[in-house]
Each structure stands twice: as C-alpha cells, then as structure tokens.
Design a protein around this ligand. Structure first.
Ligand code: MN
Length: 252
C-alpha cells in the first residue's frame, strides 16, 4: 500500500511544541507534511490573506512556514506545496496550546484550519490541549489520542461536510466522550489601561468565563476529565427559526 500523506498545521506557529508532538505521533501512519504559520496566529479565526502576496519558505524536508494564517497554510499546502498528485488523505490542526470549546471555536485559528480542509472535502480534525499553570505543557496524551483517531479516520473515512473538534484535559484523561458544542457565558469584560502618555488602550478578554450547564457539552466532558470529540459541520443555518423569520414582513 502506498504511504498516505498527512498535512498538519496549527495556529501557535511553526516552532510550537504541540505541532512537534503531533508530527511525531502521526509519523507512524504516513508521510507527514508540516505547513505552519511563521508566527503565532491564535484568534485569527478563518481569516484568509487576500490583500497582500503570500510567501512560504522551506525549512527542511516536508517542512514549510507560511507568512500567513492557518487557513492560508491549508490552502497553500494542499494546492501548491503538496500539489495535486499528492493530495493529503488527512489534515490535522494542533496540538493547540489551550482548549477550543463552545463558541470560542469561531475565533480559533486551529479549528478554522480544519474547517478549511473540510471545505476541500478532506477529512480533518482539530486537537487542543487544556493548559494550566504548569509549564512546559504535556502533550503526550493528546498526541497518543491524535494517532488513534487519525488511524480510525484513515480506516473509516469521515462523514461528508464534517470535522472533529477534539479537546484533551490537562490530567491523564479518564475516557473519551462524543459531545455537543457548549455555550460560554462571557462576562464581556474589557480591561482599560493607560500608556505613559496618558492615552487609553484596551485588552479584550482575560477574565475567566463560565459556561451553560449541559452534561452533553464539550465543557462538561473536560470538567469530568474526559477527552471531548465534537463533530462539527459548516452549515450555520438555524433551521429552528426558519419559519419564524419567514413570517416577518420582509418587504422589498
Ligand atoms: Mn493557538
């Protein structure tokens, strides 16, 4: 059997430990191609670079850095770097430093890279590691799970228009749960500071946010010490409110 190509990327940047751990763990399953941003791109969501030229540089055999977003990495990786004859059988994004749960996934460069692969009809998953105060972060359990999941996807294929969002707890996982995307309750805080000239500047976020109680959610799985696997799809249509909106006066 011809070895399969696996494309990996992340949003923490090319030098990130989680990317290395992922590369090592998937190496046993096929030929791993690393195409990652040249710097941290966390929180960039599904951004695609359209208004300035994109460049990539080879850092070693099958290792490339892109001066762009995680989505750019998947796009260039599939269309240019791997080329048509070597289409990846799987795209994996991670292992992200910090989890990607609930509504946060719309901000996540890690998850968006996997979304991009799904748009290209390539099986993909995103994997993120809960971090605490301890440093360095231990990626062992996540790397092991990534390999098992990759093997399973290569064997079974992925349901169409679907990607998996995986989150791994900080402590040794007690199990694996298939979950729903949870809902965060943001305090909505903005921290205001002043620079030495007295001008205000702002930091968004930073405060810990709670989440809606839902035992089926990704948050609950992590809270119970389990790995969370959430199947996601690209269709954001809210079917439940379709009829309600149709009853509005939508006059021209
Ligand atoms: Mn990140």
């Amino acid at each position: 059997m011809q070895p399969v190509s696996i494309l990996i990327t992340n949003d923490d940047g090319y030098g990130a430990e989680g990317l290395k751990a992922l590369e090592e763990s998937l190496g046993a399953l096929g030929t791993v191609w690393v195409v990652a941003p040249d710097r941290e791109q966390s929180g960039q969501g599904h951004a695609l670079t359209l208004n300035h030229p994109l460049r990539f540089h080879r850092r070693g055999p099958r290792h490339f850095v892109v001066q762009g977003t995680p989505t750019d990495c998947v796009y260039l990786g599939v269309h240019t770097i791997l080329k048509a004859e070597d289409r990846p059988r799987l795209v994996v994004s991670g292992i992200n430093r910090g989890y990607n749960l609930g509504d946060d996934i719309t901000y996540s460069g890690t998850v968006s890279a996997a979304f991009e692969a799904t748009l290209m009809s390539l099986p993909s998953f995103a994997i993120s590691q809960e971090v605490g105060e301890a440093s360095p972060v231990d990626f062992k359990a996540a790397a092991r799970f990534a390999r098992n999941l990759a093997e399973e996807i290569l064997r079974r294929g992925m349901p169409p228009d679907t990607l998996l969002n995986v989150n791994v707890p900080r402590k040794e996982p007690g199990g694996v749960r298939v979950t729903r995307q949870g809902k965060r309750l943001y305090p909505g805080g903005v921290i205001e500071r002043h620079d030495p000239k007295g001008r205000p500047y702002y930091w968004i976020g930073g405060q810990s946010a709670d989440w809606e109680a839902d035992p089926k959610s990704d948050f609950a799985a992590l809270a119970d010490g389990c790995i969370s696997v959430t199947p996601l799809h690209l269709d954001l249509t809210n079917d439940k409110v379709m009829d309600q909106v149709k009853r509005w006066n939508l006059a021209l």
